[in-house]
Write a protein of this length. Structure first.
Length: 350
C-alpha cells in the first residue's frame, strides 16, 4: 500500500544531486587541488582548511553500531530541524499538499510547513495528551503527506501509546515521522528497532538533549535506505561541518559521560516530581519520559512565569498551547538550579 516513489515530489524523483569534489574523489592523496581549498592551512586555533566528508561516514559508522542500524539508514543534519525541513520539502508540493500535526506538539513542524507553503492539518491529542481510536481513525483517513508523532511529546513529556502509533504506521498512506528527541530519557525501546517492519517510518533523534550538545547542531534521521537516499540527494552537500563531525565522534567515544549525564537528569526529574505536587500552587504535574516537566499551576501561571523571570529563572510559558492552559514547561537543570526553582516556587506560593 505504501509507495515511496509516488510520495516523493515529482521534481525530486529524478533529481541529480550536486556532486562535490569530495564526492568525486574520496581516497587519500598527496596533492589535493580539486576543491579550491586553502592548502596552506587555517586562520584560528584548529585546522579546518579541507571540506568535510559530505556523507559523514566516520560518524555514521559509530552511530550504526550504537543504534543497531545500517549506515545507509542514517541521515545527519544541522540539528533535527534540518531533517524536519527536508522531509517536508521531499514530500509536499508547495501550495498543494498538506502535513498533519497532533497539537500540542513541537512548533518546528508548523514553521517548516509555513516556510514551504504547505497546509497544516491538525488533530488535537486527548486531554491527557494521548492518541485514541478516534484520533487514529482521523490520521489514517487523512491525505496528508506526512504525520508527525512526537514521542516523548514536547511540551507534554509523555510517550504516545505504542499500539496506536503502530495502527497509524499500518494505516496512514504518507510518511510517519516519530520525533524521539527525548527517547534517551524514556524506558521504552526506540522505534529505530522497528525500521525493517515499516517502510513509511522515519525516526528523528538529536545530540541536543541527552548528549548535551545543543550548541553543536547535530540531528539524526533513521529510515529505510530509500528514504535516506532521497534526503541525501536534496541536502546541502556539506551540511554537517568538520568541527561537528570531529566533536560528535569524540562524544560517541565517551559513552560513560553520556550515561552519567542521562542518569543525573533522570534523578533531577524524579527530585522535582517528588516535591512539586506538595506546593499549593501546583494543580497537576504531568507524567514525563523526558528531561522536562509540564506543570499546571493555579491561579495564574503567567503571573508565576513573570515572577520567575524577575528572579532570573526562565521557564517556558505554554499557557496558550492547545490543551495546556495554566501550564509552564520546566527543564530539569543542575541540582542547584532545581533547588533554586523550587525555592522560587515556594516564595510565590506564600
Ligand atoms: C529539542 C527538540 C528537537 C531537537 O532539535 P535540534 O534541531 O536537533 O536541536 C527536535 N524535536 C523536538 C520535539 C525537540 O523538542
Amino acid at each position: 500500500m505504501f509507495n515511496l516513489t509516488s510520495l516523493v515530489r515529482p521534481n525530486i524523483r529524478g533529481m541529480k544531486p550536486y556532486s562535490s569534489a569530495r564526492d568525486e574523489f574520496q581516497g587519500e592523496a598527496q596533492v589535493m587541488l580539486d576543491a579550491n581549498e586553502n592548502s596552506l592551512g587555517s586562520a584560528g586555533p584548529d585546522q579546518f582548511n579541507r571540506y568535510p566528508d559530505p556523507q559523514q561516514r566516520a560518524v555514521k559508522s559509530e552511530l550504526a553500531q550504537l543504534k543497531g542500524v545500517r549506515p545507509e539508514q542514517i541521515f545527519l543534519g544541522n540539528g533535527s530541524d534540518e531533517a524536519i525541513d527536508l522531509l517536508v520539502r521531499l514530500t509536499c508540493v508547495p501550495g498543494q499538499d498538506s502535513l498533519l500535526i497532533l497539537p500540542p506538539t513541537y512548533g518546528m513542524y508548523e514553521v517548516a510547513a509555513n516556510l514551504n507553503d504547505v497546509r497544516v492539518e491538525r488533530i488535537q491529542l486527548t486531554p491527557d495528551f494521548q492518541l485514541s481510536p478516534e484520533i487514529v481513525a482521523g490520521v489514517v483517513a487523512s491525505e496528508a503527506k506526512l504525520v508527525w508523532l512526537c514521542s516523548p511529546n514536547n511540551p507534554t513529556g509523555n510517550l504516545l501509546h505504542a499500539q496506536y502509533m503502530e495502527e497509524i504506521l499500518r494505516g496512514f498512506r504518507g510518511l510517519v515521522v516519530v520525533d524521539e528527541a527525548y527517547a534517551d530519557f524514556a524506558p521504552t525501546a526506540s522505534w529505530t528497532t522497528r525500521l525493517d517492519e515499516f517502510p513509511n517510518l522515519v525516526v528523528l533523534q538529536t545530540f541536543s538533549k541527552a548528549w548535551g550538545l545543543a550548541g553543536l547542531r547535530l540531528g539524526m534521521a533513521f529510515a529505510s535506505s530509500e528514504v535516506i537516499g532521497y534526503l541525501n540527494n536534496i541536502k546541502p552537500p556539506y551540511n554537517v561541518s568538520e568541527a561537528t563531525q570531529r566533536h560528535a565522534l569524540a562524544a560517541l567515544h565517551d559513552a560513560a559521560r553520556f550515561e552519567a549525564l542521562r542518569l543525573q537528569l533522570l534523578q533531577g526529574r524524579e527530585w522535582l516530581q517528588e516535591r512539586l505536587p506538595a506546593l499549593p500552587i501546583v494543580a497537576e504535574v504531568f507524567p514525563s519520559d523526558a528531561n522536562f516537566l509540564l506543570v499546571r499551576f493555579h491561579p495564574d501561571a503567567t503571573a508565576l512565569y513573570d515572577f520567575l523571570v524577575a528572579r532570573g529563572i526562565i521557564v517556558r510559558n505554554r499557557t496558550t498551547q492547545p490543551g495546556c492552559a495554566g501550564t509552564l514547561r520546566l527543564t530539569v537543570g543542575t541540582p542547584a538550579e532545581n533547588e533554586q526553582l523550587l525555592q522560587a516556587l515556594r516564595e510565590f506560593a506564600e
